[in-house]
Design a protein around this ligand. Structure first.
Ligand code: THU
Length: 141
């Protein structure tokens, strides 16, 4: 499916689980972590951060993404994303996070997440085939 070896994906899954230890989730008590593997081999992680004004909560995946762009710029694409939680539950990335991911992943990027019946590893294009796209008329981004 992807040319990333299973040991590398396992390390990424573990990095996501480690990141979930920092989750700030006093309201849902659902502790999520995400880890992104970039083309140069760098790994950037994030966790969910909730707020008492619930709608301001930010998912682990988007926090990892925004952290990565803030620290590294947007020059490198993401080859793999792992999501984990400390609740032993299924947690595929939410739709909002998939849309944000879509702008920064390689064509053959994979996503690892806990599914309903165990660990899943799926091509990103399979879990988010119709991303919203828009090219500004002046060609700038
Ligand atoms: N959450 C994530 O961090 N990632 C997802 O893909 C879905 C949900 C968080 C948001 C909130 O803090 C908690 O999980 C329960 O929804």
């Amino acid at each position: 499916m992807s040319d990333i070896d299973e040991a590398t994906l396992d390390r990424l899954r573990q990095a996501a689980l480690d990141a979930a230890a920092h989750a700030y989730a006093p309201y849902s008590k659902f502790y999520v972590g995400a880890a992104l593997l970039f083309e140069d081999g760098a790994v950037v992680t994030g966790c969910n951060v909730e707020n008492v004004s619930y709608g301001l909560t930010s998912c682990a995946e988007r926090n990892a993404l925004f952290r990565a762009i803030s620290e590294r710029g947007a020059g490198q694409k993401i080859r793999a994303i792992a999501v984990a939680n400390r609740n032993g539950a299924a947690s595929p990335p939410c739709g909002a996070c998939r849309q944000v991911m879509s702008e920064f992943v390689t064509a053959d990027a994979v996503v690892c997440f806990p599914g309903e019946s165990g660990p899943e590893t799926r091509p990103f294009r399979e879990i988010f085939p119709w991303s919203f796209r828009f090219e500004p008329e002046d060609g700038r981004r």
